[in-house]
Ligand binder design. Structure first.
Ligand code: V0V
Ligand code: CO
Length: 146
């Protein structure tokens, strides 16, 4: 079951300036930030609200770390803006298998490491009416603190 909007991914050219916009305009603070070399992004998670499934919803601000990253490629084509939406689930493996069975391309054979120790996979935007869609299972609370 998909039980929350985990995050909305927003691609930007300058992470620090974009973080400052969200702070100054809305009062949202950075909850967590990290570099994910595999995905080629530097990211900041701004927590918006907790959710009834024990998780939370975030904005995920993304700046590319290298020219060949998916986000760099997307920015060059589209400019800044909403890059993906992520649904939260307790079991990303089961959800991915179920959705793959419906004929939607799941981009990874096995979920990979996402923000805050989560496990993530993506669905091809061309199979999702133009929306790059991510599935996320958060790390248990203990391990997300490391
Ligand atoms: C590409 N397309 C998109 C899109 N990216 N459509 C909607 N939203 C997007 N974000 C369209 C693009 O306009 C093309 O349509 C078509 O898909 C093929 O795109 P492309 O530019 O040729 O690029 P590809 O095929 O090399 O790569 C596209 C995919 C790639 C989706 C396969 O971006 C990917 O693997 N994404 C998953 C990983 C990712 O995005 N990581 C960054 C976030 P036309 O022109 O042919 O009509 S990392 C993250 O979220 C983390 C760490 C986290 O949450 O924890
Ligand atoms: Co994401």
């Amino acid at each position: 079951m998909l039980t929350r909007i985990d995050h909305i991914g927003i691609a930007c050219f300058d992470l620090d300036k974009t973080v400052e916009f969200y702070r100054a305009t809305y009062g949202f603070e950075v909850f967590h930030s990290e570099v994910n070399e595999e995905q080629g992004v530097r990211e900041a998670m701004l927590k918006i609200n907790d959710t009834s499934d024990g998780g939370a919803s975030y904005l995920q601000l993304l700046e590319p770390t290298r020219e060949d990253s998916t986000v760099a490629k997307w920015l060059a084509k589209n400019g800044e803006g909403v890059h993906h939406i992520a649904f939260g689930t307790a079991d990303v493996d089961a959800e991915a298998a179920d959705i793959r069975g419906k004929g939607v391309r799941v981009l990874y054979e096995e979920p990979r490491r996402g923000s805050m120790g989560s496990r993530i996979t993506f669905l091809h935007p061309k199979d999702c009416h133009g929306v790059l869609t991510e599935l996320v299972t958060s790390a248990p609370v203990e391990s997300s603190e490391h």
